[in-house]
Design a protein around this ligand. Structure first.
Ligand SMILES: [Zn+2]
Length: 247
């Protein structure tokens, strides 16, 4: 393939633009913010699950607490009624009096047990409410972090996108100035050679594979007509001769 030496040098400009674009794509993909956002969002979801669990437990305990309070109320009412009967003197029968006193004692014991239970439930409610407050704080912290990192990521992405747009614009202006066949060859090599399709020969070294050309290869490159598109014998990339090639 033939191409004017000046055109060959411009192919290196195209390569520089493509390398720049590739770097920006890699930079965008490698932004640590993405991983942080994914990790913190997963943590948020875990906190939400925990909140659901604690709320369910709190609902159960609160219902049990209400039930106990109702029972305590019933026991108190009954106890008050029995006490009233006892104090009224309406019960004269000694057997009946004994029964009434026994029932009052039993009600007092029952009330004590129920009140202990109710106290336990109240403490459990306090504990669960404390857990909810801790989880709410943790959730708020995580959300704030996700928001801050998202803002930072969006800002960096916008910068990268703007720079990419600039490079694409330059590339769109440059590529049509080069022969189509040369660009096609360059694209083909670039696709199969890690993004580098054309490299300058600098101080006898191919800047694509970074190997020094052997004496024979170097002589062949030097002898090739200036408009001949030469390829590195090692990496097969387009090798562009420059004043610094060392030929
Ligand atoms: Zn090479």
């Amino acid at each position: 393939m033939k191409a004017d030496p000046a055109i060959q040098l411009r192919l290196l400009d195209l390569q520089a633009l493509d390398a720049g674009l590739d770097r920006l794509v890699a930079r965008r993909r490698g932004l640590p913010e993405f991983a942080v956002i994914t990790e913190r969002t997963a943590a948020l979801s875990t906190v939400d699950d925990e909140v659901v669990g604690v709320r369910t437990e709190l609902g159960d305990v609160t219902r049990a607490q209400r039930k106990l309070e109702n029972e305590i109320e019933l026991v108190r009412t009954r106890s008050a009624r029995d006490s009233q009967r006892l104090e009224s003197g309406a019960v004269a029968n000694s057997r009946e009096l004994e029964n009434l006193q026994a029932e009052l004692a039993s009600l007092a014991r029952r009330q004590g047990v129920l009140e202990d239970d109710a106290l336990e439930k109240m403490e459990a409610v306090e504990g669960l409410e404390g857990q909810l407050a801790t989880l709410a704080q943790r959730r708020a912290d995580l959300q704030a972090e996700v928001d801050a990192v998202t803002t930072a990521r969006d800002k960096t992405c916008a910068e990268i996108d703007a720079e990419s747009a600039r490079l694409r614009q330059d590339r769109a202006a440059l590529a049509p100035q080069l022969p189509e066949a040369l660009v096609a060859l360059y694209e083909r090599i670039r696709a199969s050679s890690g993004g580098v399709g054309a490299a300058p020969l600098l101080r006898r070294r191919c800047q694509g594979c970074h190997l020094e050309l052997s004496g024979g290869d170097l002589r062949a490159v030097a002898a090739a007509p200036a408009d001949e598109v030469v390829r590195c014998e090692e990496c097969r990339r387009i090798l562009v001769r420059t004043p610094e090639s060392g030929l």
